[in-house]
Design a protein around this ligand. Sequence first.
Ligand SMILES: Nc1nc2c(ncn2[C@@H]2O[C@H](COP(=O)(O)OP(=O)(O)O)[C@@H](O)[C@H]2O)c(=O)[nH]1
Ligand SMILES: [Mg+2]
Ligand SMILES: [Zn+2]
Length: 329
Amino acid sequence: MRGLVIKSTGSSYIVRMDDGTDAECRIKGNFRIRGIRSTNPVAVGDYVNVQRDKVQCTKEDGNSVYWITEVEERRNYIIRRSTNLSKESHILASNIDQVALIVTVNHPVTSTTFIDRFLATCEAYRVRALLIFNKIDLLTEEELAQLAELRALYESIGYETVEMSAISIQPSDILPLLAGKVTLLSGNSGVGKSTLLNALFGREVTRTGKISDAHDKGMHTTTFSEMYELDVRKDDVRCTKEDVRCTKGWIIDTPGIKGFGTIDFEREEVSHYFPEIFRISRDCRFGNCTHTNEPGCAVQEATIKGSIAISRYESYLSLLGDCSESKYR
Ligand SMILES: Nc1nc2c(ncn2[C@@H]2O[C@H](COP(=O)(O)OP(=O)(O)O)[C@@H](O)[C@H]2O)c(=O)[nH]1
Ligand SMILES: [Mg+2]
Ligand SMILES: [Zn+2]
């Protein structure tokens, strides 16, 4: 039997079987996947093969044991490196179509450095990123102008952006962006992730506000990703009717995880993950230009002229600076 892992609790997994039912599944102690050293061999978003345990499977026993016997090859996956020194990583989710980053111009302020690090990480994973600016109802005139500027900046680089107030949003306002896709939801604590989820599902799927904030701040709680199936109807769908995938969508919540950490970038690679910097870098005099102090650097020139945003260039420098130190957030 084949299914999709929609929730992980640490000791077991909830798998949505191809027939639409959910089964609680486990893995045997010796279960390993070649090539990946992670603390969790099975992740939310994985397609797996499941076997029902023959011994315990009697007619009276509705809760028979299911074992995950195989994980299908992943299209992609997003990891979070453990903060300890074990070098182990934790797979947050796999087979993702896009990552939606919720940001707020204010309440709280989301820095452009945070946004840019996040986008660079998405580029490195080759996962599409969607920027959702939330809490626009709270913004002053000045902050609204800042919002428009930020949206124009990221749109010009090629990222899709939207703005909303999660407290008053209708599911149909946001569903077209999510239909037919597996979307990983991310963003700093307090930006409105839980509020958006609850608005999308019309019920409390996850707690908002103070409770989760307390968890985010200091308490060492282990949290696990969960995947929610969206109720997408035909009128919510933006793409063509022929595309059958557009009839459903999934959203993955990783509670308690602020963002996925930047991966180990090689110094020479960093500019590859800033699309507009990468495009211009072809005109640099030296092929191995780091765009910091070399003569004939087209990137520095474009930054001075204003065709590359200073905030983006600064984020680039900040990521470059991290490379030698291997910092993780
Ligand atoms: N005014 C306003 N408040 C919001 C909006 N979205 C979320 N909030 C509030 O911001 C706080 C944090 O939201 P929450 O969803 O818990 O953020 P999370 O930490 O990202 O899950 C809560 O008190 C929400 O009610 C919004 O669009 N406008
Ligand atoms: Mg939350
Ligand atoms: Zn250069």
